[in-house]
Write a protein that binds this ligand. Structure first.
Ligand SMILES: [Zn+2]
Length: 253
């Protein structure tokens, strides 16, 4: 029973506890090549949040991890069977309701721990900042935290070596043998500005990849996943600690 996981703790513990910071893991429910579970992003967001929160808790900060929101923005994956989509406008309503609860109970800092590339909370945070000036909201994409090349030969973008390694380490029972996995080969945009990254358009997933994966999973190992995960939670745990211990009125130097 971890006191920093809301779903595991109880009223006896929570009622008199002051919290410095809440963490909201936000994920997606979508196909991940042939070999990874639909809940891959959920498992990543949940385990990384819990791991980072545990390290920060051990250093004395009071942090509470909220339940993972299991559905993300999957508009570009509409034609992939049972990829669930929550529109950004819906997400912003859900996020507002959660922020309202935190604000009402005097928990004035929130970290959104995002595991899904289609989710983008920045604009929602700007708008919520106007409605709730007392709240400090941070968003963090775990996959941008560390240099992936330091851990993986071909990290990949979706169900590639990085995600496959993580899941092999975290939930080996939910990963099919790699001979069942597709190659994760993706088609690139014809227009160079998109390839160079200075113009953006949404990728239509079924036109980009045949097996829903983007990135070769075949060099993935649980050992790579373990090393990456442990460094991730250390680094994000430091962020949690710093957010919790920095005065909201005093964020600049
Ligand atoms: Zn994923």
């Amino acid at each position: 029973m971890r006191p920093y996981i809301l779903a595991e703790t109880n009223w006896l513990t929570v009622k008199d506890q002051q919290y410095d910071l809440a963490i909201l893991p936000w994920a997606a429910m979508e196909a991940h090549n042939y070999h990874l579970p639909y809940s891959s992003d959920v498992i990543e967001a949940e385990r990384i949040s819990a791991g980072a929160a545990g390290l920060a808790w051990d250093r004395g900060v009071k942090v509470i991890v909220l339940p993972t929101i299991p559905i993300g923005v999957n508009t570009g994956q509409r034609d992939i069977k049972l990829d669930l989509n929550m529109n950004p406008s819906t997400q912003s309503v859900v996020l507002k309701d959660i922020v309202d609860v935190l604000n009402h109970h005097g928990i004035h800092k929130l970290l959104i721990m995002n595991s899904h590339g289609g989710n983008d909370f920045k604009q929602m945070i700007r708008e919520l900042g106007v409605l709730y000036p007392g709240m400090h909201i941070t968003t963090c994409n775990f996959y941008q935290t560390l240099k992936l090349e330091d851990y993986f030969d071909e990290p990949g973008d979706h169900a590639g070596e990085m995600e496959t390694s993580l899941l092999m380490y975290l939930v080996p029972e939910l990963v099919l043998p790699l001979d069942k996995a597709g190659k994760g080969k993706d088609k690139k945009f014809k227009i160079s500005a998109f390839r160079e990254g200075w113009a953006w358009a949404e990728r239509q997933w079924p036109r980009v990849t045949e097996d829903t994966g983007i990135g070769n999973p075949h060099k993935a190992t649980a050992e790579k996943g373990k090393r990456y995960f442990n460094d991730l939670i250390k680094k994000i745990g430091d962020l949690v600690y710093e957010l919790a211990t920095t005065d909201s009125e005093d964020f600049y130097q």
